[in-house]
Design a binder for this molecule. Structure first.
Ligand SMILES: [Cu+2]
Length: 218
């Protein structure tokens, strides 16, 4: 029981770091591009102060805001995952956990990362209340993983806890019905002793549950 809480706490902190980091990259990416805003900021104080302020908000790494890449960095908004097949009452997806490489800074070495259907992080998986969902989970990592649907109301037999291992190279199919109201959830691995590492290397994706009240804005 203690271990489960420990794993849950590590998972939540890791998510906070990923979300917080993305938000800071977003702030850094958009602010220098907003010339008017930037100009007024510069007029209101000296560059060093603003730069130090912005660096102080971040993760401590000193980044030269003058570099073009920093000025043009944009939040990497995850793509919607295309379904393999969709009918009125059912939808099918394929989610592949794989190794990849990501270059986080200009001139930096590429970092070994993990991702779902890509090099880093994962897509948005849209689910609709009342529909049967079939997900083909594919493990292309060199180690075991699981596919856990965090916050989704599903039977434990398909929830991808540490006991539902998908070995390296294996594919497993899970099926469940979406029974909850609209919500924003996420999916991530939950293997014994490896959850935190796999998540902070990039295995995390979004689940959007829609229902009849959901307002379509996209
Ligand atoms: Cu979780």
């Amino acid at each position: 029981m203690k271990k489960r809480w420990l794993i849950a706490t590590i998972g939540i902190f890791t998510l906070m770091i990923i979300v917080g980091g993305s938000y800071l990259l977003f702030i850094r990416g958009t602010m220098p591009n907003n010339k008017q805003h930037m100009k007024s900021m510069m007029n209101g104080g000296n560059t060093t102060t603003n730069q130090t302020m912005m660096e102080g908000m971040g993760h401590g790494a000193s980044v030269d805001l003058k570099s073009t890449e920093e000025k043009e960095r944009r939040l990497n908004i995850p793509k919607m995952l295309k379904s393999d097949r969709e009918t009125k009452n059912s939808i099918q997806y394929t989610i592949v956990a794989k190794q990849g490489e990501t270059q986080f800074f200009q001139d930096s070495k590429k970092t070994e990362t993990l991702g779902y259907n890509g090099n880093y992080l994962g897509p948005v998986v849209e689910l609709k209340k009342g529909k049967m969902v079939t997900i083909r989970t594919v493990n292309r990592l060199s180690e075991a993983t699981t596919f856990h649907w965090h916050g989704l109301v599903v039977p434990s037999s398909v929830d991808g806890g540490p006991h539902q291992v998908v070995k390296a190279g294996e594919t497993k199919v899970v099926k469940f019905k979406v029974k909850q109201d609209e919500s924003t959830l996420w999916f991530h691995p939950h293997p014994m002793g490896k959850t935190a590492e796999q998540v902070y290397k990039g295995l995390a994706g979004l689940l959007y549950v829609k229902d009849e009240k959901t307002k379509e804005t996209m």
